[in-house]
Design a protein around this ligand. Structure first.
Ligand code: 2BA
Length: 114
């Protein structure tokens, strides 16, 4: 990896979106590692992608994330949601954001490849 300023991009996405995204990243020559993960709120499987890139490549990756990971609302019974577990017999489904992506961009202090 070249000596410019490095960033670690961490992307949390649904499994299906992450598969499409990682396919595109690798096709376009960006390094990527996919880790199986689980959302703390919904307890559903999702995927975390790690990509160490030059600072000026971050926007390109974010563009791919926006194209491949679309948020939508899913209506879930309140009983399955941890914050609404103490409700009465009638419970209206609650909209929850699913899909889309959560992205963190971190500075990389040091990178070594042995
Ligand atoms: P989960 O924790 O399973 O959350 C799934 C979705 O449920 C969230 O979508 C959000 O719309 C909703 N949600 C989460 N906590 C909630 C709460 N206390 N009350 C009401 N609704 C709540 P996203 O925000 O798109 O997050 C998708 C996944 O990204 C999360 O799955 C989690 O795995 C990760 N994530 C989101 N924000 C994070 C953060 N600040 N740090 C680390 N991971 C994060």
């Amino acid at each position: 990896m070249p000596d410019g300023e490095l960033k670690l991009v961490i992307i949390i996405a649904s499994d299906s979106d992450a598969d499409k995204l990682i396919g595109r990243m690798v096709e376009q020559g960006y390094p990527a590692t996919k880790i199986a993960s689980t959302g703390g709120f919904l307890r559903r499987g999702n995927a975390t992608i790690l990509s160490g890139v030059e600072a000026d490549e971050v926007e390109t990756i974010l563009g791919m994330v926006r194209q491949e990971c679309h948020a939508r609302a899913e209506y879930l019974p309140r009983q399955v949601l941890p914050v609404f577990s103490e409700v009465g017999p009638y419970v209206a489904p609650t909209p929850v954001r699913v899909g889309g992506a959560i992205v963190f961009v971190l500075p990389v202090e040091r990178f070594e490849k042995t």
